[in-house]
Design a protein around this ligand. Structure first.
Ligand SMILES: NC(=O)c1ccc[n+]([C@@H]2O[C@H](COP(=O)([O-])OP(=O)(O)OC[C@H]3O[C@@H](n4cnc5c(N)ncnc54)[C@H](O)[C@@H]3O)[C@@H](O)[C@H]2O)c1
Length: 353
């Protein structure tokens, strides 16, 4: 593993400078105490040009292998297409780097299993998957209230990830590599449900979907609206909704129902605390996209990863304290359920896991 920097800061290299990678890079460069962004990698020249302008002079690479060979990088931050995650995580661990990787771990279950097997060979390194909703202050508050027994025994989660309708067709083009709506969007709700319900294992799922607006999705077998039910082994339940066609904004929210109460998390996706009173009634504006809704969560997950590496927490659970965020095993389970939902959508049958 690379030696720690003289400043004691964790030296990070960000990989992928697309839609989300740029936002992660800015957080890592300017807003995460204890970290310094020393390198960035993208095969796309315009993205490297952006990095030259926007970041504090990181070493720039067009090839991931060259970034991994940089001995002054302690940890890599992968914000690359989902189909590359598994191999890139394994390569990072083999190069002796801690690794943060955006969700999902992989679109393929066997690949997830290979990553877990490989990570077990490097128990001193941290490997975390970016289910950032765990770091959103409202979701975290709900988690803490459940832990404190506020709603008794939680047994049902209703959770949705719904995007504002995107007329420029980004996600239609993205559908070929995203794994489809359940692996791309609902995978967050799956992780939230398992996290809030005490990590139960899924037993059976059923999913259905519709194309409300984006006919271009037919080619990749995807839908722009999907619903699903998931039964867990201990009698707990989850219901999911995912959409790409909302008129009002990114409306991501969840509800946890327990034996002594319920918690609703973010039901009104308000952009701020202004209410507009006019001839149409009373209303508020909404968060336009996932980044506006979860800006704090992305920042707090980065701070938590860096703090966890610095206090010696590892993916094996060894070291001074637990790993921050979703483990590889959590991410494998989310992919397992996401794949079963996609199969149910395709076949029209319930899928037993
Ligand atoms: N947590 C969330 O809510 C959330 C939201 C959006 C995206 N994501 C995830 O983030 C990842 C990236 O999504 P995006 O929307 O930024 O996609 P994007 O297509 O905008 O960006 C992908 C980036 O990867 C780079 N890239 C491609 N091949 C590469 C390679 N071989 N080596 C290095 N870099 C390479 C591209 O140049 C680009 O910079 C996806 O896995 C997606 O699921 C997560």
């Amino acid at each position: 593993m690379a030696a720690a920097s003289a400043s004691g800061k964790l030296r990070l290299g960000v990989v992928g400078l697309g839609r989300l990678g740029k936002r992660h890079a800015e957080n890592l460069a300017y807003r995460v105490p204890g970290a310094t962004l020393v390198a960035a990698c993208s095969p796309v020249e315009e993205e490297r040009a952006w990095a030259r302008e926007a970041l504090p002079a990181p070493r720039l690479y067009d090839d991931y292998a060259d970034l991994l060979a940089d001995s002054d990088v302690d940890a890599v931050w992968l914000v690359t297409p989902s189909s590359l995650h598994a191999k890139q995580i394994v390569d990072a661990l083999r190069a002796g780097k801690h690794v943060f990787c955006e969700k999902p771990l992989s679109l393929d279950l066997a690949e997830c299993e290979r990553v877990l097997a490989e990570a077990a060979r490097y128990p001193h390194l941290q490997a975390t998957i970016g289910f950032m909703r765990r770091f959103d202050p409202s979701y975290k508050d709900a988690f803490d209230k459940i832990e404190a027994g506020t709603i008794g025994r939680p047994f049902l989660v209703r959770s949705q990830t719904t995007d504002k309708n995107d007329t420029d067709g980004f996600f239609v083009r993205f559908a070929g590599t995203s794994g489809g709506i359940f692996l791309d969007c609902t995978v967050h709700d799956i992780d939230v449900a398992r996290w809030l319900l005490g990590k139960p294992r899924a037993k059976r799922v059923f999913a259905a979907g519709a194309i409300a607006l984006h006919e271009g999705l037919r080619e990749s077998g995807d839908v722009d609206n999907g619903v699903a039910i998931c039964e867990f082994e201990d009698g707990k339940l989850a219901m999911f909704y995912a959409s790409r066609t909302q008129a009002h904004g990114n409306d991501t929210h969840s509800e946890v129902i327990g034996t002594a109460g319920a918690l609703a998390i973010g039901h009104n996706p308000r952009a701020n605390r202004v209410e507009i009173y006019d001839a149409n009634g009373i209303r508020n504006e909404c968060t336009p996209n996932f980044f506006d809704r979860f800006e704090e969560a992305f920042l707090y997950e980065a701070r938590a990863f860096v703090a966890a590496v610095q206090r010696g927490a590892t993916s094996s659970g060894a070291g001074a304290g637990a790993q921050a965020g979703a483990t590889l095993a959590d991410a494998l389970e989310a992919t397992r359920i996401g794949i079963a939902l996609r199969r149910s959508l395709q076949t029209g049958d319930a899928v037993t896991l």
